[in-house]
Design a protein around this ligand. Sequence first.
Ligand code: HAM
Length: 426
Amino acid sequence: MKLLAGAPRGTQDLLPEVTANWQMIEQLALKTAERYGFLEIRIPTMEHTELFRRSVGDSTDVVQKEMFTFTDRGGRSLSLRPEGTAGTVRAALASGLLNGALPVKLCYLLTCFRNERPQAGRLKEFHQFGAELFGSESPVADAELIEMAAAYFDSLGIKGLTLAINSIGCPDCRKEYQKALVDYFSSKKERLCETCKGRLEQNPLRLLDCKSAECQEIAKDAPVILDYLCPSCKEHFEGVKQALQAAKIPYQVNPRIVRGLDYYTRTVFEFISNDLGAQSTLCGGGRYDKLVEVMGGPPTPALGFAVGLERLLLILEAQKSNLLESKKGPELFLLSLGEKGLQAAASLAASLRKEGVSVETDLMNRSLKAQMKYADKQKAKYTCVLGDDELASGVLTVKRMKDGAVETLLIDNFVEEWKSKIGKKG
Ligand code: HAM
C-alpha cells in the first residue's frame, strides 16, 4: 500500500494549496506571449524516439541518459517528451503551418520528462512555458524573444536575474572550433569520463556540458567558440547585442554557454537566478536555424526558449512574492439554519453562480458554529446567514471576513445588490 500512495520519485502532486499559483503563472505566461503575437499550441506527451534522437541529438545527456523510452504494442519506440521544441517543430511541419505567412509564433505550457536525479528545482516530471519563432533570421527577432522572456519575469516581479548570452556559430565555423576542442581534450583524455571519451569522436561540443565534476574542471580552460565565429555569425551576434542594448535589456556575454541540446546554432542564452541553488538556470533558449530542414522541412531559421515553471515558483517563494496565494476560497459562503434556511441558501447560491459569483453552502448538515469554522478554513471572503429570522425579515447581513465589516442586502434583490454593493469592490 505504501508503494501505491507515494508518487514516483521525482514527480509531484500539485494540490489545491498551490494550484492557484500555477494558474496565475500560466495565465500570465499566455498573456505575455499574446502581447508578442505568440499563440498557444498543444502537442502530444509522447513522440517517436527518433524525433528526439535527430533533433535534441543522439550524443546529448538528455537522449543518452534521461529519456523515458518504451516500445508500444506495434514494436515502435516512443519516448515521453524531454522538452517541447522538437514536438513543436514536428507539429508545425506536419500541419503546414510553416508554408503560410512567416514568422510563425507559437507558445506552449507542457510537462516534460527527464530521468535525472531529483533535487531542489530538478524533477523527473516538470513543467515548461516555452515559445518558438519560425522564419526570421534577424537579430531583432532574437532580442524580441529575449525581451518577451524578460517581460514575463518582470510581470511576476522577479528580481536579480542575470541574462547570459553567447553565440555557438553555424556548422561552418564549428568545423575549426571542433578541431581545437579535440586537440585540447585529447591531451587530457585519460581524465575524461567514459561518455566524454566517446564524445571526443562523435560530438566534441558536448564535452563542454558534461555534468561530471572532473570533465567540468577540464572544460574550464577549453578554447571558446566566440574566437572561431565566421564573419556572418560574428555580424549576427553583434546585431543581437545591439538590438538588446536598443531594447534596454542588460546582458552578459558568457562564452562558456553551449546548452545541452544539439539543435542550437548562433545565439544561445540563459536567465540565471541566485535563488535557485545548484539548478540556477531558470530559462534557456536560442536559435536552431537548421532544425526545420533536418526534420524534412524547407530551410527555416528559428529560435525559442523555455522556462522551468517549478524553478520559477521556487524563486517567487524565495522572494516572498505577494502574487503567491495559498488557496483560492469562495467569494461567499451562505451559512444556513434549519431546513428552510438551507433551501433558500441553495436557491440563492444557484442564482449567484449563474452571475459568475463563486458560492458555497453547507452540505454537511453542520451547526452554525461549525459552518462558520469551515467557511473560515475555506478562506471565504464573505459569509451570510440564512435562517427563519432572516427569511421572515427579508434582510440578509453579509459579513466581510477579513475585518468583520457588514452590509445589509434585501433577499429579493440579493443578486443585483451583491453586484452593485460588493461584487464591484471584489
Ligand atoms: P532546457 O535548458 O533543457 O531547454 O530546459 C529549459 C528549462 O527547463 C531549464 O532552464 C529549467 O528551468 C527547466 N528544466 C530542465 N530540466 C529540468 C528538470 N529536470 N527539472 C525541472 N526543471 C527543468 C529546453 O528544453 C529547450 N527546449 C528550450 C528551447 C526552446 N530552446 C529553443 N526553444
